[in-house]
Ligand binder design. Sequence first.
Ligand SMILES: Cc1cc2nc3c(=O)[nH]c(=O)nc-3n(C[C@H](O)[C@H](O)[C@H](O)COP(=O)(O)OP(=O)(O)OC[C@H]3O[C@@H](n4cnc5c(N)ncnc54)[C@H](O)[C@@H]3O)c2cc1C
Length: 712
Amino acid sequence: MKLKNVAGTERTRIRVTDLAMFCIRGGGCRVAASLIKQHLASVRFGGDSAAPWTPHFDVVVIGGGHAGTEAAAAAARCGSRTLLLTHRVDTIGQMSCNPSFGGIGKGHLMREVDALDGLCSRICDQSGIHYKVLNRRKGPAVWGLRAQIDRKLYKQNMQKEILNTPLLTVQEGAVEDLILTEPEPEHTGKYRVSGVVLADGSTVYAESVVLTTGTFLRGMIVIGLEMHPAGRLGDQPSIGLAQTLEKLGFVVGRLKTGTPPRIAKESVNFSILNKQTPDNPSIPFSFINQTVWIKPEDQLPCYLTHTNPRVDEIVLENLHLNCHVKETTRGPRYCPSIESKVLRFPNRVHQVWLEPEGMDSDLIYPQGLSVTLPAELQEKMITCIRGLENAKMIQPGYGVQYDYMDPRQISPSLETRLVQRLFFAGQINGTTGYEEAAAQGVIAGINASLRVRHKPPFVISRTEGYIGVLIDDLTTLGTNEPYRMFTSRAEFRLSLRPDNADSRLTFRGYKEAGCVSQQRYERASWMKSSLEEGISMLKSIEFLSTKWKNLIPESSISSGKSLPLRALDVLKYEEVDMELLARAVPEPLKKYTQCRELAERLKIEATYESVLFHQQQEIKEVQRDEALQLPKDLDYLTLKDISLSYEVREKLHLSRPQTIGAASRIPGVTAAAIVNLLRFVKTTQQRQAAMNRVPKIDQQLRDTDRLEESQL
Ligand SMILES: Cc1cc2nc3c(=O)[nH]c(=O)nc-3n(C[C@H](O)[C@H](O)[C@H](O)COP(=O)(O)OP(=O)(O)OC[C@H]3O[C@@H](n4cnc5c(N)ncnc54)[C@H](O)[C@@H]3O)c2cc1C
């Protein structure tokens, strides 16, 4: 096991005497020595060099994937001494499947992670090789920033970032077990986690632990009829930890996903295929970047080809040789294997995008061709596709099946309800995708750190961000197939846009969580005040429409009837942008064109001005429901004084919604049940308020008595 203390932070050590722990390991519970007498964090390296010392951190994160890197960096940014424990340092930031980040819905998540000062967007701006905004023909609220990423470069840049993060230590090792102590009485939960046990038997203590183990829990790789244990190709699975979680009583499910074969670049006939060029200019993912690291003309193209009936035949003729497809485990609906596509949509042609794996990579990733047929049949299938007639397969596609934890067992802060201070983030919660993992990682890291400092949790609601939608869907509805983000999952998508993620989240991240740097905070503040100033300026400039038509002849403003129009209304015309407007009214509008991002954001604000007014009213209504908190310790199964069917009670018991709003989103929880719950909550609150008043009234009476006595 290698130990890296790259940031050079001081290592706090604890004396493992007087320690109460019970460790769920292999065969059951092992109750160790004695009771904790001192708060672990307060015990520092002492003078007795013979005593056994164990490392102790505020936050320990398990797993160096997309959730783990964000969680570890976020906890460290929040000021917690953090340890990232992962199988291998050289796989930190590894992209297990597609060489791309972002897309529809996923791009929104990245902007929100970035607004909280997360890593993936900045790393993508340093590692992309083909930047493109998807959904351009639709409104900017649903544009999907996406980029092909150089795998090697992404990993390198991510490792550089992680290994240079202050307060963050990185250590290689396989975590097998959790160390548990008695729960804190003021919180719900059966246990409290206080550390982890590694495969070599060593221990690390922690105030909070974040698990981000991806597809590794009892991971099984499948190609054809062959199955063998692995977290992903070339990586060991995580068995001990999976057993620990099951023994603790977590509800565990099984999911599957898969990856396509990789093809030698020089064996593809690109000349006969449709070429897709990148956008010019490239739009960066991060709010703090004006440009990406590479010019559009130096970026690499992608190519499009299609499947054909021969591909279907090969799949259908060989189903008996394909145990991944026969398994009942659920796979991703929105990124399915070619086998599922052929079975679900017979006689259709499917797109296959040929994507570069890196600037100097010899490999091509055929997106859309995820397959688990035996290797020789995969090659046969590839070579019957146009442009791939002579393609050489370098690595076969494969499937992976793994354990995930029912996400209804975690709260919106991502802390588990069963084990206090234990957080889950990423694919372990049933999601699929780097962006979904990163989004959960940043929230888990922040909350793991806040929990150590006894601060209230940092929760994003559905009205504030796609991250809120993702976490609310998972924690209230659960999932029985790999969950992927889409814009259609967000009911307030005109407000939750990629362009305004900073104004929604950066200030909260800075003030409530402390995870945002001063530089980013200042940039977001400048943008906010510039936008406010710009919008009020645009509202204040008003001419008749005939004058506007004269000033901007290329606009489609009608010159018929002359009506007063504000500059903000003129900016709503599709063909009018800030440049055109500032050319018409240079004073005072020219200064708003100096910053590209500001000019674009003013245009977007103008576009949505009228519809946003109505959406803001709806958001306020939802926020009212969200403000009605349900008591955390309600036992729905036995609760008296409330009329609820047993089915509804069971659903509430399983999901444990925190607010009336969350309860109303659980399928099967009827409108009548919500009304009854509302009445119950209000009566309980009134009773509680009355109880709280009694001592005060008592005290006031006693004070009055005393005053009267003294005046006698
Ligand atoms: C074969 C395959 C195909 C995929 N296909 C797609 C796809 O088509 N589309 C899509 O969106 N997503 C796909 N994914 C999923 C995508 O890779 C994940 O969603 C994303 O990587 C999840 O991030 P994560 O951080 O949760 O886990 P991962 O990125 O898997 O990282 C987990 C990390 O935890 C470490 N770890 C695990 N257990 C332990 C332990 N006990 N001790 C120490 N370290 C541990 C691992 O070494 C690893 O570093 C695929 C994944 C695989 C493996």
